[in-house]
Write a protein that binds this ligand. Structure first.
Ligand code: FES
Ligand code: FE2
Length: 464
């Protein structure tokens, strides 16, 4: 026993009583890969976080100066910019970039600032044969080299070298394009490890963005991201999903400094409900009703006598996804066909794993510590041999539009987001009003939040 008051378990040893992730992995009808079976948890202490990490302009300034330039940021998906000359405008942390497809298919990211008197060169994504500043007409080629200076006679001091647009590092993995402002540091592959190894099974490079929705949320970007780092808020925030969500049975794994995951089982009943009161068929019926990605309002799934809701629903998805996406799913485990594998890459990128249509989140301060641009995408697998369609533009919801106005997300999923977002402005207001400046975390279920802050502190210290 630890000697803290009231602590019933060794520090970090507590888990929700009842059937947990280990039992589900053993019961899976196809043996899951080892990384889904291995626990990767590390107790990181129980001290409270300071509430002003979310509210202080000074803390925000440190993030901008020390953290954002030194991390790999998800800036675009390949299918947003398939053709030479395609440009994605990516802005964050006080910087603005033109992520640009080159003639040879490579990608470069230029700072979107005119080197004459500083006007932004572009205000939107799109296609361009060059970057011509709308102020006096200084123009650059899409490889960042100088193309033209009007009234050249007045700029004898400028040359190709000092007029090359500054650029950021670019890394690509799994259909995602990342940028990193500062030179040096870990490669993208080093930074993402072990995520690319896990995603070899799920191949996001075979997927494209099929829906993309954004909204400005009036809460700190970290508080907003953290609303998606644990599953147990479902008990009060999303009661409609409890019949088919093992919220408190979620497995939380952390890997190194930059990656962690919540493995939340679906098609099992929440331990908060009375299992003896309901049948396996009820679990499946509720799952089909409220899990937006499980698909098909018309889909009916019968749980054969003596089987579980999980096995029955997974068997249906194994067939269904093969028919829908043309990829063979015979090797896919029940977990990969049902569950929420919510991966996070520090600091603001969250791609879901598994074979369900994949959700991807991104969070950016918009523009300061009090507001966040929250983006949700759905990735769909493209059948082998078929061309990849271009991504739709982001559907930006207005201030007063609910997430349910984004019909492309499906009513059930959008309804869940609406529930999440409804908390957030009051989180921010509450943090500002905090008397004791303390935020307390669960040792286990909120380990990803602690992991995130530990890594953030490392960046603030290392680059201070
Ligand atoms: S500010 Fe861009 S051309 Fe003058
Ligand atoms: Fe939620």
């Amino acid at each position: 026993m630890a000697d803290d008051n009231n602590r019933a378990f060794e520090a970090g040893a507590a888990r929700c009583p009842g059937e947990g992730w280990d039992e589900l992995m053993k019961a899976d009808t196809i043996d899951p890969p080892q990384f889904l079976k291995d626990e990767s948890y590390e107790y990181m202490g129980s001290a409270p976080l300071a509430a002003d990490r979310y509210t202080s302009p000074e803390f925000f300034r440190k993030e901008v100066e020390r953290m954002w330039p030194n991390v790999w940021q998800f800036a675009a998906r390949e299918e947003e910019m398939p053709d030479a000359g395609d440009v994605v405008l990516y802005e964050n942390g006080g910087r603005s970039y033109l992520v640009t497809r080159q003639a040879d298919g490579s990608v470069r990211a230029f700072h979107n600032v005119c080197l004459h008197r500083g006007r932004k060169l572009r205000l939107a994504s799109g296609w361009s044969k060059d970057f011509k500043c709308p102020f006096h007409g200084f123009t650059w080629n899409t490889d960042g080299s100088l193309k033209e200076i009007p009234c050249r006679w007045d700029f004898g001091h400028l040359n190709d070298e000092n007029m090359q647009l500054p650029e950021a590092q670019v890394g690509r993995w799994g259909g995602y394009i990342f940028i990193k402002e500062a030179e040096g540091g870990p490669t993208l592959e080093e930074y993402l490890a072990p995520l690319p190894e896990h995603f070899k099974r799920w191949k996001h490079e075979d997927c494209v963005t099929s829906a993309w929705v954004g909204k400005v949320i009036h809460a700190n970007w970290k508080a907003t991201a953290e609303a998606f780092m644990e599953a147990w808020h479902s008990v009060v925030t999303h009661p409609q999903i409890l019949p088919f969500t093992g919220d408190a049975n979620t497995r939380y794994n952390v890997y190194g400094d930059h990656v962690n995951v919540a493995l939340t089982p679906f098609a099992v009943m929440s331990p908060h409900l009375d299992a003896s009161a309901h049948s396996q068929q009820w679990i499946v019926d509720e799952f089909l009703k409220y899990n937006g990605r499980a698909g098909g309002a018309d889909l009916k799934v019968q749980v054969p006598e003596g089987t579980s809701a999980r096995a029955a629903m997974a068997a249906v998805n194994r067939e269904r996804y093969t028919a829908m996406f043309g990829h063979d799913h015979s090797h896919a485990t029940d977990a990969e066909l049902l569950d929420a594998f919510t991966y996070n890459v520090f600091p603001n990128f969250a791609p879901w794993g598994g074979f369900m249509p994949n959700i991807v989140y991104r969070w950016r301060p918009w523009p300061d510590q009090d507001s966040t641009l929250m983006e949700v995408r759905l990735l769909m697998r493209v059948p082998p041999g078929q061309p990849k369609p271009r991504a739709p533009e982001m559907h930006m919801l207005g201030e007063d539009e609910p997430w349910t106005a984004a019909t492309e997300l499906g009513a059930a999923l959008a309804g869940v987001f609406e529930q999440d977002m409804a908390n957030l402005p009051y989180v921010q207001d509450g943090l500002k009003a905090s008397k004791n400046n303390a935020v307390h975390l669960g040792d286990y279920q909120e380990i990803r939040i602690r992991h995130f802050h530990r890594t953030l502190d490392k960046y603030l210290a290392r680059f201070g």
